[in-house]
Design a protein around this ligand. Structure first.
Ligand SMILES: NC(=O)c1ccc[n+]([C@@H]2O[C@H](COP(=O)([O-])OP(=O)(O)OC[C@H]3O[C@@H](n4cnc5c(N)ncnc54)[C@H](O)[C@@H]3O)[C@@H](O)[C@H]2O)c1
Ligand SMILES: N[C@@H](CCO)C(=O)O
Length: 476
């Protein structure tokens, strides 16, 4: 979203030297897992492993055994340790990562940087790595993928994106034959929980965030959730698969839900839209005649008929536009201990099945030889429709506002009046624009604010008017 300026104002460590990789286990024995971090997800994994032990062994072809745990909170691990005899408790994650009795390092501690040396050491010592840590992967994924490839081991991270929903597996394996044209997602459970609680229960932002934290959905630092960075990390990982987009910090335009007001949600609902934190990666044709890649996370108005508008609470959704498969919708629990544990254990079952010797799947997508990644499309050139919400300080003339926008290059397709937000204020004017480059829409909103004195709040609309065909969605 964007808010026009007030009318009166102008407008790590270097890659380890690798010792020779030792085969860490014969395939016939159990898969020995070393867990770093016993928090929400670590506890969930432990519980699910205990509950479905026989099922997991049958599906993996051998037992999955937790053999060592590194934790900063032994008191939290104590009740779990009591249920599994023989698990070694370590204070140092690096010791666990290099432990000869561990085949797979399971990193569930979190943090964008701290786990890097542990996981590089794990690969250097011939271990596979499973992680749910999207912040780490978004920042260091290329380095970790290279280390995995050098050691012939697997870097698996299904749990890092969309919780229980198998989005990584779908892109990497099930859709391997397809050119992907677009990924439209709701990838942060906490933000979606807050938005749907506010819209459907009238909850306050603060109360809904506190509830999401209590339910174990939020990051240790929840500003990553509500600021959009968590969804951006996940989108970057998916775009690396789908488009071979390099993992690069700052590549995803990122806005969170913190600037939204309850009145924005009311106005959206009045016009038949739901507000969601949208994560979008799509190839578009540029005016220069080539193709570019939009990568963006921001609040957006989705028509109620859009498949992602129905994604409620902490659920996530991903709509994939694939050239052969067509549109494909994946949806389910996007956060929380058990849904995330489900994805973690799926990775462990894969490793139990394949074991050492199998060629690991590439950690991220690969481009054909000689093909360069798509160039990023600047936000000012992103084309779309907008809802302009005018909060007037004095009487507004609808026709004047529409004429002014038209002169600035922005057509109005629909108008509506909404009751004042508070006593003493005038009614709000809602103007739904036609498609235009974002730079044009922002400049027009600014002019409108200066001319009318109203506060103008701009919200992006995501609908089917700009289609997913690479030739149909044009940048400025
Ligand atoms: N909570 C979810 O729903 C969810 C879903 C998907 C992915 N994730 C990811 O999973 C990871 C863990 O998330 P969480 O919600 O369980 O977090 P959490 O804060 O509940 O748990 C992390 C645990 O790791 C421990 N830890 C941190 N540094 C450590 C160290 N150096 N040595 C030993 N232990 C250490 C902490 O003390 C804590 O107990 C994060 O990367 C998160 O982004 C979480
Ligand atoms: N904090 C994350 C956890 C799942 O990755 C979310 O709310 O989506």
């Amino acid at each position: 979203m964007f808010v026009a300026e007030p009318a009166l104002l102008p407008a790590h460590p270097a890659a380890c030297a690798l010792p020779p990789v030792q085969p860490s286990h014969p395939h016939s024995t159990s898969l020995r897992v070393g867990l770093i971090g016993v928090g929400t997800v670590g506890t969930g994994v432990w519980q699910l492993l205990a509950r479905n032990r026989a099922l997991l062994s049958a599906r993996g072809g051998r037992a999955i055994a937790l053999v060592a745990v590194a934790t900063r909170s032994p008191e939290r691990a104590a009740p779990l340790l009591a249920t599994v005899p023989g698990v070694r408790l370590l204070a140092d994650p690096l010791a666990l990562a290099t432990d000869p009795g561990v085949d797979v390092v399971l990193e569930l501690a979190g943090g964008a940087d701290a786990p890097l040396p542990w996981l590089l050491a794990a690969f250097a010592h011939g271990k596979h790595v499973v992680t749910a840590n999207k912040a780490l992967l978004a920042r260091h994924g290329a380095q970790l993928a290279a280390a995995a490839a050098r050691s012939g081991r697997t870097l698996a991270y299904e749990a890092a994106v969309a919780g229980a929903v198998p989005v990584v597996k779908t892109l990497r394996e099930a859709l391997a034959a397809n050119r992907i044209d677009a990924l439209e997602g709701i990838l942060n459970g906490t933000s979606n929980f807050i938005l749907t609680r506010m819209a459907t229960h009238g909850a306050s932002y603060a109360a809904a965030l506190a509830e999401a934290q209590a339910l174990g959905y939020a990051e240790a630092d929840p500003t990553l959730d509500v600021g959009g960075q968590d969804a951006a990390h996940k989108l970057a990982l998916l775009a690396a698969h789908a488009f071979g987009a390099p993992l690069r910090e700052g590549a995803v335009h990122t806005e969170g839900i913190t600037q939204l007001q309850p009145g924005d949600l009311t106005a959206a609902a009045h016009l038949g839209y739901a507000v969601r934190l949208l994560a979008l990666a799509r190839r578009v044709a540029t005016v220069q005649g080539g193709q570019g890649l939009e990568l963006r996370v921001h609040p957006a108005l989705l028509p109620l008929a859009h498949p992602l508008a129905g994604v409620q609470g902490a659920h996530n959704g991903l709509l994939v536009q694939a050239d052969a498969a067509g549109p494909l919708l994946l949806c389910g629990a996007g956060a929380g201990a058990q849904p995330t544990a489900s994805a973690v254990l799926a990775d462990l079952v894969d490793l139990a099945r394949t074991g050492n010797g199998a060629t690991p799947l590439p950690a991220f997508g690969t481009l054909p030889a000689g093909q360069a990644p798509l160039a990023p499309v600047p936000m000012a050139q992103v084309r779309g429709r907008h809802l302009l919400r005018l909060l007037p300080g004095r009487a507004l003339c609808e026709a004047q506002a529409v004429r002014l926008l038209a002169r600035a290059g922005l057509a109005v397709q629909r108008r509506a009046w909404l009751a004042a937000e508070a006593p003493g204020q005038g009614p709000q004017l809602l103007l739904l624009t036609g498609p235009a480059p974002e730079g044009v829409a922002q400049a027009a909103a600014q002019q409108l604010q200066q001319a009318t004195g109203a506060q103008v709040r701009g919200l992006r609309v995501h609908d089917t008017q700009d289609t997913h065909e690479p030739g149909a969605s044009r940048t400025a």
